[in-house]
Design a protein around this ligand. Structure first.
Ligand SMILES: [Zn+2]
Length: 234
């Protein structure tokens, strides 16, 4: 899980140990960091200038006016990626897995990640947004169908006059299944199971395969055999 870039840690380290040069990537991270810490634009610019001087005593805001302008104009844009542990329990995973439809599993999974990230049982994220975070791409009709079914089955409930959802299958007291370090990449941690033998598969980004390596190899050999037979029978 060390592959995930924690911008908060990175920014804190920059300020503690300023490198020997001012890099635009570092300024980009610091820009988001100062905003995240609640500094006004004016104070952020002052802190940034202090930082630049520490890196390079000859740093000049006039010479580097392009960077300066970017920092100022884009202050408050983009959010800092902060590592946060989200624990999904085995009991919760079992509830999610009880759904036959893999899309529904993904939706329920993301709903749970979202409310846990909020430290509550509620989320104000729109249903459509949840689907796109969960990488579920279906037509409008199906979206409505999913929402209705998940509500009817008692997984989610519309709350605050429709402004948010309450997630009803959140449980805290069972064994830890796994930990997600960052909400932005939550779906990469969604566990996949082989559609043939049901074994848990390695979690990988943009996985398209539905079979585990063993079943895939078996299927491939079978296909080869079948093709050979076809050729022989010709
Ligand atoms: Zn398998």
């Amino acid at each position: 899980m060390s592959t995930i870039f924690n911008e908060l840690e990175y920014a804190e380290n920059l300020l503690k140990n300023p490198p020997g040069e001012v890099k635009s990537f570092d300024l980009y991270i610091l820009r988001k960091y100062f905003y995240y810490m609640g500094y006004s634009k004016k104070n952020a610019i002052k802190l940034k200038n202090d930082y630049c001087k520490k890196c390079d005593q000859y740093y000049s805001p006039i010479v580097n006016f392009e960077e300066e302008r970017k920092f100022e104009n884009k202050y408050g844009k983009g959010h800092l990626k902060v590592s946060k542990e989200i624990i999904i329990t085995e009991e919760e995973m079992n509830i999610i897995k009880s759904q036959e439809d893999i899309n529904k599993q993904k939706i329920l999974y993301y709903f749970l990640v979202d409310v846990k990230n909020n430290n509550s049982n509620y989320t104000s994220t729109k249903f459509t947004k949840i689907l796109s975070f969960a990488k579920v791409y279906v037509d409008k009709q199906t979206k409505i169908k999913y929402q209705n079914e998940l509500q009817e089955d008692g997984f989610i409930r519309s709350a605050n006059a429709g402004a948010s959802f309450e997630v009803l299958y959140k449980k805290e007291d069972s064994l830890v299944e796994f930990i997600i370090p960052l909400i932005d990449v939550a779906m990469e941690y969604f566990p996949y199971y082989c559609s043939c033998c049901g074994d848990k598969m390695e979690v990988k980004k943009y996985r398209k395969k539905s079979l585990c390596n063993k079943c895939y190899e078996e299927k491939r050999l079978n296909d080869v055999k079948k093709n050979m037979q076809k050729m022989r029978n010709k």
